[in-house]
Design a protein around this ligand. Structure first.
Ligand code: PHE
Length: 339
């Protein structure tokens, strides 16, 4: 009997299983009522008294070893999840969670893409500028309020170093360095000394456009803006131009689109007018062309400028401009599909 116990003990020690089923079968084979170990306990009754102690010890040792082995294999297989001890190399990899693009980047890319299709190329320039590129070259009179401390963040007063208040400064740099025809858009971050609220921020983003060539007319401007509005806000979008004033354009206009929320019927977003403002525009003032050494008798041009935050707010009905700067993932995650 001692030999039988030893053989079984070896079998228990050498046993391994690749599934929970194997373990269960092993348990039945060894420990169930009709199992081999149970059979040995039956036999144990007939063991002579003088051997009972030795055989009993060995038998218990075997039973404990079997129990331990079974529970060890069970936990190992259960925690490995699939119930298989080998890795299935053909399982598809778990998909990696990608981050999402910031809504401002999403919409900036959309704007750039639309104007690229019309042949506009991107130009970029510094955020820290001088008075000439932000104001003087753009025909701002000496006493214009935009130059005031209330609007502009000055870094130094003389020589003047300031944070650009619009990306029209980039277009001055383009006009200074390139010959017409010029067809460019300048996306970028701008700064204005404004109190932060749900509707305004001291940092925001713009895309400004400039087109200079012979015979560029207001009709070209209008057609370009109409194309943009329909591409950005949908085929049924209407545009409306209201006369306005900018020092660097003449004539100037403010561009409205038919409210994309109510379709022009009137709602809270458009303050029940059916129209929402999206940008400023106009024909480049000949003074600006001359300041940049472009012959204003030969060339004309149009310019426009919009805030990316404003376009994004209208497009996605966002209630508060501050959300763009807080980087709350619950907000950002909603733009997951808007790549
Ligand atoms: N630069 C103007 C602004 O920042 C926008 C604009 C650009 C208006 C070009 C007219 C023409 O508000």
């Amino acid at each position: 009997m001692i030999d039988k116990i030893k053989t079984l003990l070896n079998e228990v020690n050498g046993f391994n299983a690749s599934s929970l089923q194997d373990v269960e079968q092993f348990r039945i084979k060894m420990l169930s009522k009709k199992g081999e170990i149970s059979a040995l306990f039956e036999e144990f009754r007939n063991v002579p008294v003088e051997q009972k102690k030795e055989v009993g010890l060995k038998l218990n040792e075997l039973k404990n070893a079997a129990n331990e082995k079974i529970s060890m294999l069970k936990t190992a297989l259960e925690t490995s999840g699939s119930g298989k001890s080998e890795t299935d190399l053909f399982l598809p990899a778990e998909s990696m969670k990608l981050g999402t693009r910031h809504p401002i980047s999403v919409v900036r890319n959309q704007i750039i893409e639309i104007f690229n299709r019309l042949g506009f190329v991107i130009s970029e320039g510094p955020e820290i500028e001088d008075d000439w590129h932000v104001f003087s070259a753009l025909n701002f009179p000496e006493e214009h309020p935009a130059r005031d401390m209330q609007d502009t963040f000055f870094i130094e007063k003389s020589p003047d170093v300031l944070l650009r208040t619009h990306t029209s400064s980039v277009q001055v740099r383009v006009m200074e360095n390139e010959k017409p025809p010029i067809r460019t858009i300048s996306p970028g971050r701008v700064f204005r000394n404004e109190a932060i609220s749900a509707r305004a921020h001291c940092i925001f983003h713009q895309v400004e456009g400039l087109y200079i060539d012979e015979n560029v007319s207001f009709a070209d401007l209008k057609q370009t803006l109409m194309y943009f509005a329909k591409e950005m806000f949908g085929e049924n979008t209407q545009i409306r131009l209201r006369p306005s004033y900018f020092p660097f354009t003449e004539p100037s206009a403010e561009v409205d689109i038919s409210c994309n929320l109510c379709g022009g019927k009137g709602c809270n977003m458009c303050k029940h007018t059916g129209w929402v403002e999206i940008m400023g525009c106009g024909m480049v003032d000949p003074n600006v062309l001359e300041e940049c050494k472009i012959d204003s008798k030969k060339y004309t041009g149009f310019a426009f400028g919009m805030g990316i935050e404003r376009i994004t707010i209208l497009k996605y009905q966002i209630k508060d401009i501050r959300l763009f700067f807080e980087n709350d993932v619950r907000f950002l995650k909603q733009f997951e599909s808007a790549l």
